[in-house]
Design a protein around this ligand. Sequence first.
Ligand code: SAH
Ligand code: DHB
Ligand code: MG
Length: 222
Amino acid sequence: MGSETWTAVDGYVQGTLAPHDEALNAAVGESADAGLPPIQVSPPQGKMLHLLARSIGAESILEFGTLGAYSTIWLARALPAGGRLITLEADAGYAEVARANLERAGAGDLVDLRVGPALDSLPVLHEEGAGPFDFVFIDADKVHTPDYFAWSLDHCRLGALVVADNVVRDGQLADLDCEDPAIAAQRTFHEMLAAEPRVEATTIQTVGVKGYDGFTLALVVG
Ligand code: SAH
Ligand code: DHB
Ligand code: MG
């Protein structure tokens, strides 16, 4: 059993439980046509983000790493009327593609897309009094996952959920000899979570169309 099976099962789950409408299809297609890397969450993962946000009644969502807004659309569709989503993207060209994809999905008005390195946008959001957030999806440059998490924790409500993508990376998370800074940052992130009394967290390994990876789920409890 290997990646072909994983991809087939993701296709099966997409076909049965996480179908694309035209806007999601177009978001993937237009992103590919514009040369964006095909690294968006898989359809089952997009549906999972949507269900998690819906299950806690999230009205205010923060996302790090927009790419072509594929995950953004899944999350925006979890919002009730009046809900808002802020998404942060460093690449102006990607953001342009994302804006068009969001408009097509009818989510242009509820999504606030900020262009620039997330670490530059965060102080601005703080000054604006953004938050408190109910749901945070961390999926930008992996070296900064711990920084994004620390900021998010200070701007989340009790009961908020934080999901961080790409924390396992082919199992390198547990390979202490691996010195890749993006992986080292995931270990720092886990150590932060373990020491942080304000959260309870776990990490789930995943296989699928994107290979072997995993995500962390953290609940704000204090
Ligand atoms: N969440 C998207 C995928 C995001 S891929 C989805 O699942 O559909 C990671 C994104 O983070 C890329 O678009 C990349 O340009 C962006 N990124 C990289 N460094 C960043 C930074 N410092 N600040 C904000 N975004 C960044
Ligand atoms: C990659 C995958 C991701 O899901 C992501 O958010 C960033 C990068 C990658 O495969 O390089
Ligand atoms: Mg990702």
